[in-house]
Design a protein around this ligand. Structure first.
Ligand SMILES: [Zn+2]
Length: 565
């Protein structure tokens, strides 16, 4: 009890100090809180997005059905102007329909695997013996720089083996690769081919904490002008290939991968198996490079346990007989994909827009609940709260859910380009966007945020966030980075617009659910996501009613543009 009242007193003290910076609507915030706790619909929303429409892969009927549901649902809530906006994905959509696989000898067992995205079906049922090959990898790479280490996270793609923290290599020369292909190609005909050694994943005795301690989060945001590295702050995410650039004259991981693909196609291999290289049956199956099913044979990502077992059986000298049946579909109509938006019209400042959103698309091996069905649901719920409570914002509130995020922020980049342009080459709407709020790191409580802009921009949010310090929301830091990466708020930062990326408690995001076969409804924490919805609604309400828009960089202070990657 004592602890509680002390925390409350502290929160009040902080609030008083901050009132000087930005007047906050405490009464409405309190109502938003109780409305969400008493009448939340967020678990219904995530149920629909995950269970009924998941996986929502860009360019697929699943994703489009989710888009249509969002239009119908937001309209039912009373929101206006709900519609989808097409953008050029320029690839067919892809989904696995069914897949099964077995060891038929020397034992009988089901195999646990996921199909790699944008790979072809088997020709009926493929049966054959397992063979294991390992491409030359060249000498060890020099240790990665600190930046590369921070961005790490891409794993096992292209079958270079090695799980998290596995050794990195400089890659083979073309001559080494030619010699290897000549010696290997006759071994793969009619076979089911394991590419690379099984990773050895030791037991983790130091599992990362699921929640960040309050004092650590507070300290992060205490220095208001820096340090906040939430998602959508400085770069982050999407590690690729090996660290540090080695000798020139060596092949990249991508070059090696495409030469292996060609060898397997040309020499009649049946199915390729990659090691998932994660413990606990976790499988990450993203896309085959190039998004073209004609460039590869069927590929599965086998759980590490099955991959290791087959490797050990082969080492015994046994013939290991396997069987796979895989049915995939491509959707040419998916070359146009869709973002979806809906609005609560503003009053006296209706031509100015406060946006909130996240990406609706997902990977295919689970239902995309934590990435990012729940971020989408939080934003929909925040908008629904404002709408259903009959609140009349001065500015127009626009919720937007993107596609193509997983393939490189494509939907949000297309939207920003179409509507806003850039600070250097603005369209008329550029001056009318107040800011864009984004959530995309799983189910954890919101702990703080970063905003692209000067320190005064961050100050506008501090007051309203302080009303939620009892729920662990502690601050906001300005960022000057226009790099894209991580998530869709950086598409706005990239243009020079005030993108706001929330930072969350990690829960099981990096350890279990991010892009994995375990990303399901069951991993959502209802209490956390209800709190997040109320916090976002209160922040949007605050921004939508200020006399001024959020301060931006002046022309002179605007950081130099960065090419979106
Ligand atoms: Zn995501």
């Amino acid at each position: 009890m004592k602890k509680l009242s002390l925390a409350l007193a502290l929160a009040l003290a902080v609030t008083c100090v901050l009132l000087a910076q930005d007047k906050v609507d405490e009464a409405t915030s309190a109502k938003i809180r109780s409305e969400e706790l008493e009448h939340s619909q967020i678990m219904h929303t995530i149920h629909m997005l995950a269970d009924r429409y998941g996986p929502r892969v860009t360019g697929t009927p699943n994703h489009e059905a989710a888009v249509d549901w969002v239009i119908a649902e937001t309209t039912r809530w009373g929101m206006k102007n709900a519609h989808k906006e097409g953008w050029d994905f320029n690839r067919a959509g892809w989904l696995n329909e069914r897949a099964w696989g077995f060891i038929n000898a020397p034992v009988h067992e089901n195999l646990k695997f996921e199909v790699l995205g944008w790979t072809p079906s088997t020709n009926g049922t493929a049966t054959g013996s397992a063979v294991q090959i390992e491409a030359p990898h060249g000498p060890p790479a020099p240790p990665p720089s600190a930046d590369d280490a921070a961005a790490a996270g891409g794993r096992g793609r292209g079958g270079r083996g090695g799980g998290r923290g596995g050794p990195q290599f400089q890659g083979p020369t073309q001559a080494e690769m030619d010699t290897w292909i000549a010696a290997t190609k006759d071994k793969v005909r009619g076979k089911i081919v394991m590419v690379g050694k099984a990773a050895v994943i030791p037991v983790d005795f130091n599992e990362p904490a699921k929640r960040r301690p309050d004092d650590q989060v507070k300290a992060q945001y205490e220095n208001p002008n820096g340090g906040g590295r939430g998602r959508g702050g400085a770069g982050g995410g999407g590690g690729r290939g090996r660290g540090g650039q080695g000798d020139t004259g060596r092949l990249s991981a991508q070059q090696v991968a495409s030469q292996i693909d060609k060898m397997l196609i040309d020499n009649g291999a049946l199915v390729r198996m990659n090691d998932a290289a994660r413990a606990m049956g976790i499988i990450v199956a993203q896309q085959h490079a190039g998004y073209d099913v004609t460039n590869t044979i069927p590929v599965v990502i086998l759980r590490n346990d099955d991959y290791g077992r087959i490797e050990r059986l082969l080492a015994d000298g046994d013939e290991v007989k396997l069987e796979f049946t895989i049915v995939n579909h491509t959707y040419p109509e998916g070359k146009t994909s869709y973002d979806v938006v809906a609005e609560i019209p503003g009053s006296d400042k209706a031509d100015e827009i406060v946006m909130l959103g996240g990406h609706l698309d997902s990977w295919h091996s689970a239902t995309g609940a934590t990435d990012n069905g729940i971020g989408s649901s939080i934003m929909l719920e925040a908008a629904r709260l404002i709408q259903s409570m009959g609140l009349k914002p001065r500015r127009t509130v626009r919720v937007a859910l993107w596609s193509g995020e997983e393939e490189g922020l494509l939907g949000s980049l297309a939207y920003v380009k179409e509507h806003f342009g850039t600070a250097e080459n603005p369209k008329p709407e550029f001056a009318k966007l107040d800011c864009y709020f984004n959530v995309d790191t799983g189910t954890g409580r919101l702990r703080g945020a970063s905003i692209f802009g000067p320190p005064e921009a961050a100050a506008t949010l501090r007051g309203v966030f302080a009303l939620f310090s009892d729920w662990g929301l502690f601050g906001v830091s300005p960022t000057t980075s226009r790099m894209t990466g991580g998530t869709d708020s950086t598409s706005f930062n990239n243009a020079g617009l005030p993108g706001i990326g929330f930072q969350q408690d990690p829960i099981e995001y990096n350890s279990l659910t991010h892009h994995t076969n375990l990303d399901t409804y069951e991993r959502i924490i209802p209490e956390d996501v209800k709190q997040a919805s109320a916090e976002v609604a209160a922040a949007v309400w605050q921004v939508a009613n200020r006399d001024q828009m959020i301060p931006r960089f002046t022309k002179d202070a605007m950081p130099a543009p960065v090419v979106a990657r």
